[in-house]
Design a protein around this ligand. Structure first.
Ligand code: B1M
Length: 210
């Protein structure tokens, strides 16, 4: 309990080394990686977002809190994504053009890998041409677009249009997600699937492959 409280507080404060230390200590004490993630690290970032909206936090605070969380995720990644031998499908994933948020995308990737997907991560600020290129090269079952800003969500449509233009749209399933995205928005842009968080993203991806 002290560990979780500490993880929450230190992530909120953006104290990277303390977050890493607490993550290690939590693991030593037998805490589940999922517990640290869902009961401390993610709630801390939600609070960061709320404070930013209220004007109590500014971009630098958001940045260092994000970095502290990302450091812990690197430690937890191998534990969350213990993959089996065979792949159940290929997933090309990226954050859309103009958007640098990647913590949520990386978490979805980790969970997908954990479920047995092969994930090709294109990173952040990925332009439509790059998605098209990757679909052509890797022939994935699913291509996933993440957007975290209301101003970058329209890139979903731009990406889908680029796939149509390249003659690839009917060869790949399109999934979208990210904090401001809704099922309605996903339907409106013509995506095949949407998920609100990492675990439902895995569930939805598996359903779409059936
Ligand atoms: Co930014 N930011 N940020 N930020 N930031 C948000 C997203 C915001 C909601 C904060 C707020 O106002 N409450 C707000 C967006 C408002 C909006 O448009 N609706 C915001 C803003 C405004 C901005 C800037 C514009 C601020 C500025 O400069 N004035 C700027 C934009 C920069 C840019 O991209 N061009 C900016 C910058 C940053 C930092 C760089 C400082 C940093 C990013 C660090 C990083 O990612 N490497 C940052 C952070 C840390 C946040 C918050 C606080 C935390 C994001 C996060 O990691 N959450 C965030 C507030 C919040 O989300 N509460 C915020 C935890 C993560 C696990 O959840 O990202 O939702 P989430 O991911 C989920 C789901 O969305 C889903 O699964 C994930 C895991 O469960 N999901 C998918 C994601 N992708 C999916 C794909 C799928 C399916 C599901 O299928 C393909």
């Amino acid at each position: 309990q002290d560990i979780l409280r500490g993880l929450y507080d230190e992530t909120l404060a953006g104290n990277g080394p303390a977050v890493l230390d607490l993550t290690d200590r939590g693991l030593e004490l037998g805490l589940a990686p999922e517990t640290m993630l869902f009961d401390a690290l993610i709630p801390a970032l939600e609070e960061v977002g709320a404070r930013f909206e209220r004007g109590d936090f500014f971009v630098p605070e958001m940045l260092i809190a994000g970095r502290a969380m990302a450091g812990a995720m690197e430690v937890l990644r191998p534990l969350l994504a213990q993959t089996g031998a065979s792949s159940i499908g290929t997933f090309v994933m990226g954050t859309v053009k103009g958007d640098v948020h990647d913590i949520g995308k990386n978490l979805v990737n980790i969970m997908l890998e954990g479920a047995g997907f092969t994930v090709i991560d294109l990173g952040v600020q990925v332009p439509p041409e790059r998605f098209v290129e990757a679909v052509r090269e890797h022939r994935p079952d699913i291509v996933g677009f993440s957007a975290f800003l209301t101003t970058t969500m329209p890139m979903f449509k731009a990406n889908i249009n680029a796939l149509v233009k390249a003659g690839l749209r009917d060869q790949v399933i399109v999934m979208v997600g990210g904090a401001p995205v809704t099922q309605e928005y996903a339907d409106a842009v013509g995506a095949d699937g949407y998920a609100a968080d990492a675990s439902s993203a895995v569930r939805r991806a598996k359903e779409l492959l059936e």
